[in-house]
Write a protein that binds this ligand. Structure first.
Ligand code: S3P
Length: 424
């Protein structure tokens, strides 16, 4: 296990091209694997999660050929895999693939690391079973991975999500492609819409109305795709630039669609100097003084993956910030509620959890962080949030088990060096 030590305060400047969006990369590979004609994907995320999805679609029968830096040509065709498919740390990978194979004519076993084996799968098993699928958890309980999926004929359903989860919506919509009749998914709050956007672009009949989306079964014919930059990765650098002195950083060509840019709204409300160029996807952030805010439950799905780094921003703000409706954070790659409280405690910042609300008592400035040592808990986003906290504090932060970062951002340390001059 290796450790990363970052001490500040550093200055963030220049322009960074963050890796290709992880959510879009997973879907691009999966949808292309269903396609009939070869499809070029450029700018894929180089994170391990996406590498696992690539290997999964290859194991299922698709052909993926490398074409230079993060570009591939995918020739679709799913025939079934020989052994169990390992998805590493990826909840998105295992849940979406379960939907993808549920209505196909073969049996698939999907597995992952210890974190994936702890994550709730009943949330996909329930709606997929209602469609006629056979999905069985073979882990510690019948709702935990490894998952055994026996391909069955499926029927369309009208399903209201009990939690606002894109992964669940997407698993159902991907299964819907092989079902009889249309499938409708209704969501309690707006979540990311990559699956329905990309299916529509691939020629599938998709209708979106208010909080619902309906997909009709059929062939997919995905166009070539350029994966835009990942806003969730950009968020680390942008918060770094806001909190550090004399900083001015631009994250280039970032995806700006529904439910991905919520963190920009939260930071702006706190007083951050952030400008978004909708034409290019460039987001520019400059040093700012932050004040506290309230993040409401209905806002959370739009910034769910950015809460760890927003908590660092809240820790540096003037006043007390509350994040409401945080329950879903407990079932991410780690229990992020516990992980955030531990991280802030190590930085010398007070926080507490009452029911579904996380309260952070801001130190007033990031240089007030004391620095300390933290275990990543195997969670890439916690590791990166802690590293940025180190970069803006006057102490040193050591992140133990920092190899988790490669789950989504193998070039994180390189980009930290590029944007701040940091040396390991
Ligand atoms: C993702 C959806 C989100 C997010 C995850 C990626 C996706 O999960 O937290 O990192 O690509 O669909 P939920 O939809 O379960 O909240």
């Amino acid at each position: 296990m290796s450790a990363l030590t970052v001490s500040g305060p550093l200055r963030f400047s220049g322009r960074l091209q963050v890796p290709g969006d992880k959510s879009i990369s997973h879907r691009a590979l999966m949808i292309a694997a269903l396609g009939r004609r070869p499809c070029a994907i450029r700018g894929l995320s180089d994170g391990q999660d996406v590498v696992h999805t690539r290997r999964a679609v290859e194991a299922l029968g698709a052909r993926v050929e490398d074409r230079g830096a993060h570009g591939v040509i995918v020739t679709g065709g799913l025939a079934g895999a020989r052994g169990a498919i390992y998805l590493g740390n990826s909840g998105t990978g295992i849940r979406l693939l379960t939907g993808l194979v549920a209505g196909r004519g073969f049996t698939t076993v999907l597995d992952g690391d210890d974190s994936v084996r702890r994550r709730p799968m009943d949330r996909i098993i329930d709606p997929l079973s209602a469609m006629g699928a056979s999905v069985r958890g073979c882990g510690q309980s019948a709702s935990l991975a490894p998952l055994r999926i026996e391909g069955r004929p499926l029927r369309g359903i009208d399903y209201t999500l009990p939690v606002a989860s894109t992964q669940v919506k997407s698993a159902v919509l991907l299964a819907a492609l092989a079902a009889e009749g249309p499938t409708t998914v209704r969501e309690p709050a707006p979540t990311r819409i990559h699956t329905e956007e990309m299916l529509a672009e691939a020629g599938v009949r998709v209708e979106r109305r208010g909080g619902s989306v309906t997909v009709w079964p059929g062939e997919v014919s995905p166009p070539d795709i350029d994966v835009p930059g990942d806003p969730s990765q950009a968020a680390f650098w942008l918060v770094g630039a806001v909190l550090a002195p004399d900083s001015d950083l631009t994250a280039g060509s970032v995806y700006l669609g529904q439910a991905r840019g919520g963190f920009v709204d939260v930071l702006r409300r706190m007083g951050a100097d952030i400008a978004v160029d909708p034409a290019t996807g460039d987001i520019r952030a400059r040093s700012s003084r932050l004040t506290c805010t309230r993040v409401a439950p209905e806002e959370l799905p739009g910034c769910i993956d950015e809460v760890p780094i927003l908590a660092v921003a809240a820790a540096a703000a003037e006043g007390t910030t509350v994040f409401e409706g945080i329950g879903e954070l407990r079932v991410k790659e780690s229990d992020r509620v516990a992980a955030i409280v531990e991280m802030l405690g190590a930085l010398g910042v007070q926080s507490r959890v009452e029911g579904q609300t996380l309260t952070v008592v801001g130190a007033g400035a990031a240089r007030g962080f004391t620095g300390g040592t933290l275990d990543s808990r195997g969670d890439h986003r916690m590791a990166m949030a802690a590293a940025i906290a180190g970069a803006v504090s006057s102490g040193a932060v050591t992140v133990e088990a920092c190899e988790a970062i490669a789950t989504s951002y193998p070039g994180f340390a390189r980009d930290l060096a590029r944007s701040t001059g940091w040396t390991p």
